[in-house]
Design a protein around this ligand. Sequence first.
Ligand SMILES: Cc1ncc(COP(=O)(O)O)c(C=O)c1O
Length: 386
Amino acid sequence: MVTESTLSHAVSVKCSACEKEYALNELLTFSPCCTKPLLVNYDLTDLSKEALLPKTSLWRYEALLPVMNPENIVSLGEGMTPILSLQRLSGEYGFEQLYLKDESANPTGSFKARGMSVAISKAKELGIQRCIVPTAGNAGGAMSAYCAKAGMEATVVMPAFTPRLFKEECRNFGANVVEVNGLIDACGQKVRELREKDPDLFDVSTMKEPYRLEGKKTMGFEIAEQFEGTLPDVIIYPTGGGTGLIGIWKAFEEMRTLGWIAGKLPRMVAIQAANCAPIWSDVTKEEFLPKPSLANGLAVPYPFAKGLILSVLEESKGGVYSVTEEELIAGTHELMTKEGIFAAPEGGAIWAGLKKMLRAGVVKRSEKILLINTGSAYKYMENLAR
Ligand SMILES: Cc1ncc(COP(=O)(O)O)c(C=O)c1O
Protein backbone atom coordinates (compact mmCIF):
# COMPACT_ATOMS: atom_id res chain seq x y z
CA MET A 1 0.00 0.00 0.00
CA VAL A 2 1.13 3.45 -0.84
CA THR A 3 0.44 5.18 2.43
CA GLU A 4 1.92 2.56 4.74
CA SER A 5 5.28 1.81 3.20
CA THR A 6 7.16 -1.11 4.65
CA LEU A 7 9.93 -0.67 2.08
CA SER A 8 11.37 2.51 3.47
CA HIS A 9 15.11 2.65 3.97
CA ALA A 10 14.81 5.59 6.35
CA VAL A 11 16.75 4.95 9.57
CA SER A 12 16.78 8.17 11.58
CA VAL A 13 16.53 11.95 11.52
CA LYS A 14 19.74 13.92 11.72
CA CYS A 15 20.58 17.44 12.85
CA SER A 16 21.71 19.36 9.77
CA ALA A 17 24.38 21.17 11.84
CA CYS A 18 26.10 18.61 14.13
CA GLU A 19 24.70 15.41 12.58
CA LYS A 20 23.37 14.10 15.88
CA GLU A 21 20.82 11.37 15.16
CA TYR A 22 17.33 11.01 16.60
CA ALA A 23 14.93 8.09 16.42
CA LEU A 24 12.47 8.12 13.54
CA ASN A 25 9.52 7.35 15.79
CA GLU A 26 10.14 10.45 17.92
CA LEU A 27 7.94 13.45 17.19
CA LEU A 28 10.41 16.26 16.45
CA THR A 29 10.21 19.60 14.66
CA PHE A 30 13.74 21.10 14.49
CA SER A 31 16.84 19.72 16.21
CA PRO A 32 16.82 20.11 20.01
CA CYS A 33 20.66 20.16 20.03
CA CYS A 34 21.40 23.09 17.68
CA THR A 35 17.90 24.45 16.84
CA LYS A 36 18.53 23.64 13.16
CA PRO A 37 16.48 21.79 10.54
CA LEU A 38 16.36 18.01 10.81
CA LEU A 39 16.98 15.85 7.75
CA VAL A 40 15.78 12.27 7.28
CA ASN A 41 18.66 9.86 7.02
CA TYR A 42 18.47 6.73 4.80
CA ASP A 43 20.35 3.47 4.64
CA LEU A 44 21.91 3.95 1.21
CA THR A 45 24.05 0.82 1.15
CA ASP A 46 21.72 -1.52 -0.69
CA LEU A 47 18.87 -0.22 -2.84
CA SER A 48 18.76 -0.89 -6.57
CA LYS A 49 17.24 1.68 -8.91
CA GLU A 50 15.06 -1.09 -10.35
CA ALA A 51 13.36 -1.44 -6.96
CA LEU A 52 11.89 2.06 -7.45
CA LEU A 53 8.90 1.87 -9.75
CA PRO A 54 8.82 4.44 -12.54
CA LYS A 55 5.41 5.80 -11.48
CA THR A 56 5.61 9.28 -12.90
CA SER A 57 2.29 9.79 -14.66
CA LEU A 58 -0.57 7.82 -16.18
CA TRP A 59 1.54 7.55 -19.35
CA ARG A 60 3.20 4.66 -17.57
CA TYR A 61 0.29 2.71 -19.13
CA GLU A 62 1.11 4.04 -22.59
CA ALA A 63 0.85 0.52 -24.05
CA LEU A 64 -2.84 0.51 -23.09
CA LEU A 65 -3.58 4.05 -24.30
CA PRO A 66 -4.51 5.10 -27.81
CA VAL A 67 -1.71 7.53 -28.73
CA MET A 68 0.53 5.98 -31.37
CA ASN A 69 3.42 8.43 -31.43
CA PRO A 70 4.84 9.44 -28.02
CA GLU A 71 5.77 12.83 -29.47
CA ASN A 72 2.07 13.68 -29.38
CA ILE A 73 1.71 13.12 -25.64
CA VAL A 74 0.47 16.23 -23.85
CA SER A 75 1.19 15.68 -20.17
CA LEU A 76 1.20 17.84 -17.06
CA GLY A 77 2.09 14.97 -14.71
CA GLU A 78 -1.46 13.62 -14.26
CA GLY A 79 -2.31 10.37 -12.50
CA MET A 80 -0.50 8.28 -9.89
CA THR A 81 -2.67 9.80 -7.18
CA PRO A 82 -2.46 8.44 -3.63
CA ILE A 83 -4.76 5.94 -1.94
CA LEU A 84 -5.21 7.02 1.65
CA SER A 85 -6.41 4.94 4.57
CA LEU A 86 -9.27 6.81 6.31
CA GLN A 87 -8.27 5.93 9.83
CA ARG A 88 -10.23 8.49 11.85
CA LEU A 89 -13.49 7.87 10.00
CA SER A 90 -12.87 4.10 10.24
CA GLY A 91 -12.40 4.44 13.99
CA GLU A 92 -15.55 6.48 14.40
CA TYR A 93 -17.82 4.41 12.13
CA GLY A 94 -16.26 0.99 12.67
CA PHE A 95 -14.97 0.35 9.12
CA GLU A 96 -12.12 -2.13 8.90
CA GLN A 97 -10.70 -1.36 5.45
CA LEU A 98 -11.76 2.07 4.30
CA TYR A 99 -9.68 3.86 1.65
CA LEU A 100 -9.92 6.94 -0.54
CA LYS A 101 -8.15 7.55 -3.84
CA ASP A 102 -7.48 11.26 -3.87
CA GLU A 103 -7.82 12.61 -7.38
CA SER A 104 -7.58 16.20 -6.14
CA ALA A 105 -3.82 15.76 -6.50
CA ASN A 106 -4.09 15.97 -10.30
CA PRO A 107 -3.14 19.05 -12.38
CA THR A 108 -6.06 21.53 -12.29
CA GLY A 109 -7.32 19.75 -9.16
CA SER A 110 -9.49 16.95 -10.51
CA PHE A 111 -9.59 13.56 -12.22
CA LYS A 112 -10.64 15.39 -15.41
CA ALA A 113 -6.92 15.92 -16.08
CA ARG A 114 -6.57 12.21 -16.87
CA GLY A 115 -9.21 12.25 -19.58
CA MET A 116 -8.04 15.52 -21.06
CA SER A 117 -4.38 14.52 -21.19
CA VAL A 118 -5.29 11.52 -23.35
CA ALA A 119 -8.01 13.30 -25.37
CA ILE A 120 -5.87 16.34 -26.19
CA SER A 121 -2.88 14.13 -27.01
CA LYS A 122 -5.00 12.14 -29.42
CA ALA A 123 -6.52 15.33 -30.84
CA LYS A 124 -2.98 16.59 -31.46
CA GLU A 125 -2.09 13.31 -33.15
CA LEU A 126 -5.17 13.70 -35.32
CA GLY A 127 -4.19 17.21 -36.42
CA ILE A 128 -6.90 19.04 -34.42
CA GLN A 129 -6.18 22.67 -33.62
CA ARG A 130 -9.33 23.87 -31.87
CA CYS A 131 -11.36 22.12 -29.17
CA ILE A 132 -14.71 22.79 -27.52
CA VAL A 133 -16.38 21.22 -24.49
CA PRO A 134 -19.57 21.60 -22.46
CA THR A 135 -18.56 21.44 -18.81
CA ALA A 136 -19.74 21.68 -15.22
CA GLY A 137 -16.35 23.30 -14.51
CA ASN A 138 -13.56 20.82 -13.92
CA ALA A 139 -13.43 19.37 -17.43
CA GLY A 140 -13.27 22.90 -18.82
CA GLY A 141 -10.32 23.83 -16.61
CA ALA A 142 -8.50 20.65 -17.53
CA MET A 143 -9.16 21.02 -21.25
CA SER A 144 -8.01 24.65 -21.16
CA ALA A 145 -4.72 23.66 -19.50
CA TYR A 146 -3.95 20.79 -21.89
CA CYS A 147 -4.92 22.89 -24.93
CA ALA A 148 -2.58 25.62 -23.68
CA LYS A 149 0.22 23.07 -23.38
CA ALA A 150 -0.55 21.69 -26.86
CA GLY A 151 -0.81 25.15 -28.46
CA MET A 152 -4.48 24.59 -29.33
CA GLU A 153 -7.44 26.95 -29.06
CA ALA A 154 -9.98 26.07 -26.35
CA THR A 155 -13.65 27.02 -26.00
CA VAL A 156 -15.49 25.99 -22.85
CA VAL A 157 -19.24 26.27 -22.43
CA MET A 158 -20.45 26.19 -18.83
CA PRO A 159 -23.57 26.97 -16.82
CA ALA A 160 -23.68 30.64 -15.77
CA PHE A 161 -24.16 29.64 -12.11
CA THR A 162 -20.84 27.71 -12.03
CA PRO A 163 -18.56 29.08 -9.27
CA ARG A 164 -16.50 32.03 -10.51
CA LEU A 165 -13.10 30.36 -10.03
CA PHE A 166 -13.87 27.69 -12.63
CA LYS A 167 -14.42 30.43 -15.22
CA GLU A 168 -11.37 32.41 -14.10
CA GLU A 169 -9.21 29.31 -14.32
CA CYS A 170 -10.20 28.71 -17.97
CA ARG A 171 -9.69 32.36 -18.91
CA ASN A 172 -6.27 32.36 -17.30
CA PHE A 173 -5.30 29.38 -19.46
CA GLY A 174 -6.32 31.48 -22.47
CA ALA A 175 -9.64 29.74 -23.23
CA ASN A 176 -12.83 31.36 -24.53
CA VAL A 177 -15.56 30.96 -21.92
CA VAL A 178 -19.19 30.87 -23.03
CA GLU A 179 -21.82 31.02 -20.28
CA VAL A 180 -25.25 29.46 -20.69
CA ASN A 181 -28.37 29.70 -18.55
CA GLY A 182 -29.19 26.10 -17.71
CA LEU A 183 -27.54 22.79 -16.86
CA ILE A 184 -24.88 20.94 -18.83
CA ASP A 185 -27.44 19.65 -21.35
CA ALA A 186 -28.11 23.29 -22.33
CA CYS A 187 -24.33 23.75 -22.67
CA GLY A 188 -24.24 20.68 -24.93
CA GLN A 189 -26.95 22.26 -27.10
CA LYS A 190 -24.88 25.46 -27.30
CA VAL A 191 -21.83 23.43 -28.37
CA ARG A 192 -23.88 21.86 -31.17
CA GLU A 193 -24.99 25.32 -32.35
CA LEU A 194 -21.44 26.69 -32.28
CA ARG A 195 -20.17 23.65 -34.21
CA GLU A 196 -22.82 24.04 -36.86
CA LYS A 197 -21.36 27.46 -37.62
CA ASP A 198 -17.79 26.29 -37.12
CA PRO A 199 -17.43 22.53 -37.81
CA ASP A 200 -13.63 22.59 -37.30
CA LEU A 201 -14.17 22.78 -33.55
CA PHE A 202 -13.42 19.32 -32.13
CA ASP A 203 -16.14 18.31 -29.64
CA VAL A 204 -14.59 16.81 -26.50
CA SER A 205 -17.98 16.24 -24.77
CA THR A 206 -18.18 13.40 -22.22
CA MET A 207 -18.27 10.06 -24.06
CA LYS A 208 -18.76 11.76 -27.42
CA GLU A 209 -15.17 11.00 -28.32
CA PRO A 210 -13.46 7.80 -27.15
CA TYR A 211 -10.25 9.15 -25.62
CA ARG A 212 -11.26 10.88 -22.42
CA LEU A 213 -12.54 7.54 -21.18
CA GLU A 214 -9.12 6.00 -21.83
CA GLY A 215 -7.52 8.55 -19.55
CA LYS A 216 -10.07 7.89 -16.82
CA LYS A 217 -9.49 4.17 -17.27
CA THR A 218 -6.02 4.55 -15.80
CA MET A 219 -7.63 4.98 -12.37
CA GLY A 220 -8.53 1.28 -12.61
CA PHE A 221 -4.94 0.25 -13.46
CA GLU A 222 -3.63 2.29 -10.56
CA ILE A 223 -6.16 0.83 -8.11
CA ALA A 224 -5.02 -2.70 -9.03
CA GLU A 225 -1.36 -1.75 -8.77
CA GLN A 226 -1.69 0.18 -5.55
CA PHE A 227 -3.61 -2.63 -3.88
CA GLU A 228 -1.15 -5.13 -5.35
CA GLY A 229 -3.85 -7.02 -7.26
CA THR A 230 -6.21 -7.49 -4.30
CA LEU A 231 -9.05 -5.29 -5.50
CA PRO A 232 -11.57 -3.68 -3.13
CA ASP A 233 -14.96 -5.34 -2.55
CA VAL A 234 -16.73 -2.07 -3.32
CA ILE A 235 -15.76 1.07 -5.24
CA ILE A 236 -17.92 4.14 -4.67
CA TYR A 237 -17.89 6.78 -7.35
CA PRO A 238 -19.66 10.16 -7.75
CA THR A 239 -21.44 9.80 -11.06
CA GLY A 240 -22.50 12.51 -13.49
CA GLY A 241 -21.64 11.63 -17.08
CA GLY A 242 -20.21 8.31 -15.91
CA THR A 243 -16.77 8.30 -17.57
CA GLY A 244 -14.94 7.48 -14.36
CA LEU A 245 -17.20 4.56 -13.49
CA ILE A 246 -17.14 3.12 -17.00
CA GLY A 247 -13.41 3.74 -17.35
CA ILE A 248 -12.46 1.93 -14.13
CA TRP A 249 -14.57 -1.07 -15.16
CA LYS A 250 -12.96 -1.09 -18.62
CA ALA A 251 -9.53 -1.21 -16.99
CA PHE A 252 -10.57 -4.18 -14.84
CA GLU A 253 -11.85 -6.05 -17.88
CA GLU A 254 -8.68 -5.34 -19.85
CA MET A 255 -6.48 -6.46 -16.95
CA ARG A 256 -8.55 -9.63 -16.53
CA THR A 257 -8.05 -10.42 -20.20
CA LEU A 258 -4.33 -9.78 -19.86
CA GLY A 259 -4.27 -12.16 -16.89
CA TRP A 260 -3.00 -9.42 -14.57
CA ILE A 261 -5.94 -9.83 -12.18
CA ALA A 262 -8.22 -12.75 -11.35
CA GLY A 263 -11.21 -13.49 -9.16
CA LYS A 264 -14.17 -11.38 -8.22
CA LEU A 265 -14.27 -7.78 -9.42
CA PRO A 266 -15.48 -4.97 -7.12
CA ARG A 267 -19.13 -3.95 -6.88
CA MET A 268 -19.28 -0.56 -8.59
CA VAL A 269 -21.55 1.92 -6.84
CA ALA A 270 -22.68 5.22 -8.35
CA ILE A 271 -23.58 8.09 -6.06
CA GLN A 272 -25.74 10.84 -7.50
CA ALA A 273 -27.01 14.17 -6.21
CA ALA A 274 -30.74 13.87 -5.42
CA ASN A 275 -31.13 17.22 -7.25
CA CYS A 276 -30.18 15.53 -10.51
CA ALA A 277 -30.27 11.75 -10.37
CA PRO A 278 -31.14 10.16 -13.73
CA ILE A 279 -29.41 6.83 -13.05
CA TRP A 280 -30.98 6.52 -9.61
CA SER A 281 -34.33 7.42 -11.18
CA ASP A 282 -33.91 4.77 -13.87
CA VAL A 283 -33.21 2.07 -11.29
CA THR A 284 -35.76 3.10 -8.64
CA LYS A 285 -38.41 4.31 -11.12
CA GLU A 286 -38.80 7.41 -8.97
CA GLU A 287 -39.22 10.76 -10.75
CA PHE A 288 -36.68 13.56 -10.48
CA LEU A 289 -36.78 17.15 -11.72
CA PRO A 290 -33.30 18.24 -12.88
CA LYS A 291 -31.88 21.01 -10.68
CA PRO A 292 -28.35 22.35 -10.15
CA SER A 293 -26.25 20.84 -7.36
CA LEU A 294 -23.52 22.28 -5.16
CA ALA A 295 -21.62 19.25 -6.46
CA ASN A 296 -21.68 20.86 -9.91
CA GLY A 297 -20.23 17.83 -11.71
CA LEU A 298 -23.17 15.64 -10.65
CA ALA A 299 -25.83 17.81 -12.32
CA VAL A 300 -25.99 15.82 -15.56
CA PRO A 301 -29.70 15.22 -16.33
CA TYR A 302 -29.29 13.16 -19.53
CA PRO A 303 -25.97 11.27 -19.47
CA PHE A 304 -25.04 10.24 -23.00
CA ALA A 305 -23.56 6.97 -21.70
CA LYS A 306 -26.51 6.03 -19.47
CA GLY A 307 -26.72 2.54 -21.00
CA LEU A 308 -23.05 1.83 -20.27
CA ILE A 309 -23.35 3.15 -16.72
CA LEU A 310 -26.32 0.86 -16.06
CA SER A 311 -24.46 -2.15 -17.53
CA VAL A 312 -21.48 -1.56 -15.22
CA LEU A 313 -23.79 -1.38 -12.20
CA GLU A 314 -25.56 -4.56 -13.28
CA GLU A 315 -22.49 -6.60 -14.31
CA SER A 316 -20.63 -5.67 -11.14
CA LYS A 317 -23.70 -6.27 -8.93
CA GLY A 318 -23.26 -2.76 -7.61
CA GLY A 319 -25.94 -0.11 -7.29
CA VAL A 320 -26.87 3.53 -7.24
CA TYR A 321 -27.79 5.83 -4.34
CA SER A 322 -28.66 9.50 -4.18
CA VAL A 323 -27.76 12.05 -1.52
CA THR A 324 -29.35 15.40 -0.74
CA GLU A 325 -27.50 18.71 -0.91
CA GLU A 326 -27.36 18.83 2.91
CA GLU A 327 -25.94 15.30 3.08
CA LEU A 328 -23.25 15.92 0.48
CA ILE A 329 -22.10 19.18 2.06
CA ALA A 330 -22.02 17.56 5.52
CA GLY A 331 -20.01 14.69 3.98
CA THR A 332 -17.55 17.16 2.45
CA HIS A 333 -16.96 18.87 5.79
CA GLU A 334 -16.49 15.53 7.51
CA LEU A 335 -13.74 14.52 5.04
CA MET A 336 -12.10 17.90 5.57
CA THR A 337 -12.28 18.10 9.36
CA LYS A 338 -11.69 14.44 10.20
CA GLU A 339 -9.29 13.34 7.47
CA GLY A 340 -7.64 16.55 6.26
CA ILE A 341 -8.84 15.90 2.71
CA PHE A 342 -9.94 19.07 0.93
CA ALA A 343 -12.55 17.18 -1.04
CA ALA A 344 -14.83 18.59 -3.72
CA PRO A 345 -18.54 18.29 -2.88
CA GLU A 346 -18.62 15.34 -5.33
CA GLY A 347 -16.16 13.61 -2.97
CA GLY A 348 -18.32 14.57 0.02
CA ALA A 349 -21.25 12.94 -1.78
CA ILE A 350 -19.58 9.53 -1.83
CA TRP A 351 -18.83 9.57 1.88
CA ALA A 352 -22.45 10.58 2.52
CA GLY A 353 -23.49 7.81 0.11
CA LEU A 354 -21.44 5.19 1.95
CA LYS A 355 -23.11 6.12 5.24
CA LYS A 356 -26.48 5.70 3.53
CA MET A 357 -25.43 2.29 2.19
CA LEU A 358 -24.35 1.24 5.67
CA ARG A 359 -27.74 2.24 7.09
CA ALA A 360 -29.45 0.31 4.28
CA GLY A 361 -27.34 -2.78 5.09
CA VAL A 362 -25.92 -3.07 1.56
CA VAL A 363 -22.29 -2.78 2.65
CA LYS A 364 -20.49 -4.40 5.58
CA ARG A 365 -18.06 -2.63 7.88
CA SER A 366 -15.60 -5.47 7.33
CA GLU A 367 -15.51 -5.03 3.55
CA LYS A 368 -12.64 -3.41 1.68
CA ILE A 369 -14.14 -0.14 0.49
CA LEU A 370 -12.61 2.43 -1.85
CA LEU A 371 -14.03 5.93 -2.25
CA ILE A 372 -12.92 8.00 -5.22
CA ASN A 373 -12.60 11.68 -4.35
CA THR A 374 -12.69 13.14 -7.84
CA GLY A 375 -11.58 16.68 -7.10
CA SER A 376 -10.39 19.45 -4.83
CA ALA A 377 -12.62 21.93 -2.99
CA TYR A 378 -10.58 25.02 -3.87
CA LYS A 379 -12.71 26.12 -6.82
CA TYR A 380 -15.97 25.44 -4.95
CA MET A 381 -15.46 27.89 -2.09
CA GLU A 382 -18.56 29.92 -2.89
CA ASN A 383 -20.66 26.72 -2.90
CA LEU A 384 -19.27 25.68 0.47
CA ALA A 385 -19.95 29.12 1.94
CA ARG A 386 -23.60 29.01 0.84
C1 LIG B 1 -15.31 16.68 -9.32
C2 LIG B 1 -16.18 15.87 -10.24
N1 LIG B 1 -16.60 14.65 -9.83
C3 LIG B 1 -17.39 13.88 -10.59
C4 LIG B 1 -17.83 14.31 -11.83
C5 LIG B 1 -18.69 13.38 -12.64
O1 LIG B 1 -17.88 12.77 -13.58
P1 LIG B 1 -18.24 11.53 -14.49
O2 LIG B 1 -18.44 12.06 -15.85
O3 LIG B 1 -17.06 10.63 -14.47
O4 LIG B 1 -19.45 10.86 -13.94
C6 LIG B 1 -17.43 15.57 -12.31
C7 LIG B 1 -17.86 16.06 -13.62
O5 LIG B 1 -17.85 17.23 -13.91
C8 LIG B 1 -16.58 16.37 -11.49
O6 LIG B 1 -16.13 17.57 -11.88
